[in-house]
Design a protein around this ligand. Structure first.
Ligand code: SF4
Ligand code: SF4
Length: 261
């Protein structure tokens, strides 16, 4: 379906965000004095999926292999600039203060990077008049017609794939080994900015080190999930027992507390 769109400069997408960054962008964000968090999710990966499984191939490209106990997993680490109010780069007139160097995610919005997520304007922050434009964002074939949007989507996907090994080394260097179960939750790690910047530099330099298949712990807030993880001989950890330094974000309601009777 054709999508019409023109940005109204309302600034909503520059407020209260978690902005995904590539490794290069995270280093630049930290150098400007911003803070970056690591959102960690793990996908059980007992077997390789069929070659024509597009969504699985997408996840595989942006993840790195690891184990949890005896279960093979793949870990997706997203580097996120988080700000509860206005982005630190937003100018009072709603223009971007680093426009020429803004992250790719800012160039792409409101388009979708993941080709397996259906595009739905209702899920976007843009006001109704932005969708009443004569300009086209996506044509009838599903192609993004704005050249910068199309270029940035490709660049984001390429960076995701390129960065996966760097993120494996980064987590090893920072001692990060707890993730949420993908689609259920994510675990947020918040290393000090200086330490993270230094670890990012080292992880980018040392491209001979694969990081190995490290042993990760999977955190859950649901008793049923904990039971399944135990049956699969995983290293499971109750989300309520995580150290204060880690934030646990559950995407699905905890129908029963992990430690419930
Ligand atoms: S970097 Fe610029 S475009 Fe991106 S959220 Fe911040 S102000 Fe908005
Ligand atoms: S929310 Fe949409 S219309 Fe508003 S500034 Fe962001 S991209 Fe433009």
């Amino acid at each position: 379906m054709k999508i019409s769109f023109s940005c109204t400069m309302c600034g909503r997408c520059c407020h209260g965000l978690r902005l995904p960054l590539s490794v290069d962008e995270a280093s630049q964000w930290l150098a400007r004095g911003g803070s970056v968090e690591l959102f960690c999710e793990a996908i059980p990966w007992p077997d390789e999926p069929a070659p024509d499984n597009g969504p699985a191939a997408h996840k595989r490209r942006r993840s790195f292999p690891a184990v949890s106990g005896q279960l093979p997993i793949r870990v997706i680490v997203s580097l996120m600039a988080s700000f509860p109010d206005a982005c630190p780069n937003l100018l009072p007139d709603m223009r971007c203060g680093i426009y020429d160097e803004r992250p790719r995610a800012c160039r792409v919005y409101p388009a979708e990077v993941n080709p397996h997520v259906p595009f739905d304007p209702a899920t976007k922050l843009c006001p109704p008049d932005a969708w009443a434009s004569v300009a086209t964002l996506r044509d009838d074939t599903g192609a993004w017609t704005d050249p910068e949007v199309a270029r940035s989507i490709t660049a984001m996907r390429d960076a995701d794939a390129r960065d996966a090994r760097v993120k494996s080394r980064l987590c090893a260097s920072l001692g990060i080994d707890v993730a949420g179960l993908s689609n259920e939750a994510t675990v947020v790690h918040r290393p000090l900015s200086e330490r993270l910047a230094d670890a990012l530099r080292r992880a980018q330099r040392d491209d001979t080190d694969t990081g190995g298949h490290r042993d990760w712990r999977l955190a859950s807030h649901r008793r049923h999930t904990m039971q399944l993880l135990a049956q699969a001989s995983c290293h499971a950890v109750d989300a309520t027992a995580l150290p204060d330094a880690l934030a646990f974000l559950g995407f699905v309601p905890g129908d029963e507390a992990a430690t419930g009777a």
